[in-house]
Ligand binder design. Structure first.
Ligand code: SF4
Length: 215
């Protein structure tokens, strides 16, 4: 389930696009995993099907795959890991195992919002806050994009959530509002493997708004 992603410099786990029940219109249009699936259907299809089978056991069942030297992991490199109450419980179990080993966990999610109904997913948000916010070393980010409703972004930011933004390399919805916006050094600076040691972005430990360069 976990494999080293050299581009990030981290071990990460993947899920299939079918887990992305809260994907935005922008996500669906620009999904890079969708592109990979179209390019290499004979390898990506079976790989992601296996990832989904393994997800049923939960990531904690695969924690032993991580080398002892690992300090950070990402859930997930693709797909959604907090899309349901059951998924959040699986992730919380995993994060407790990671905290006991002193490993930080980075979790970007779209599950915070419902684009079709223009509202926050309050049931999922509250469960994420209740189950994950107090576990040491867990970094949850609301994934946001250039086409997203500004009012919804304000609501999740006002709850204290960090964000990860993509979609424009010249405009950020929070940069003129006095928020702490950080340009990602891996994507803007081209520093391969930067996530392993980055201290100012996704692993900063305070409310931070990370700005990713477009693929
Ligand atoms: S901000 Fe840092 S941790 Fe986040 S994606 Fe960029 S390099 Fe990686």
């Amino acid at each position: 389930m976990f494999s080293l992603t050299k581009d990030l410099g981290l071990y990460a786990q993947s899920r299939h696009r079918s887990s992305c029940r809260w994907a935005s219109t922008w996500c669906k249009k620009h999904c890079y995993m969708g592109k990979f699936e179209r390019l290499w259907p004979s390898t990506m299809g079976p790989f992601l099907a296996r990832m989904e089978q393994e997800w049923k056991q939960g990531p904690a069942a695969h924690a032993h795959e991580l080398p002892k030297t690992v300090k950070r992991v990402r859930l997930a490199k693709s797909g959604e890991v907090l899309g349901t109450i059951q998924d959040i419980d699986k992730v919380a179990e995993f994060c407790h195992v990671m905290a006991a080993r002193g490993i930080e966990v980075w979790i970007p999610t779209r599950a915070w919002h419902n684009e079709l109904e223009h509202r926050l997913n309050l049931d999922l948000i509250q469960h994420i806050e209740n189950r994950l916010a107090t576990i040491p070393g867990v970094h949850v980010q609301a994934s946001i994009d250039v086409d997203m409703n500004a009012g919804l972004i304000r609501q999740i930011v006002n709850r204290g959530w960090s964000t990860m933004y993509v979609g424009s390399d010249t405009w950020h919805p929070l940069s003129n509002r006095g928020h702490h916006v950080v340009k990602c050094k891996k994507t803007f600076g081209g520093v391969k493997g930067a996530c392993a040691t980055c201290k100012t972005g996704c692993f900063s430990g305070v409310q931070t708004h990370v700005w990713l360069k477009k693929h």
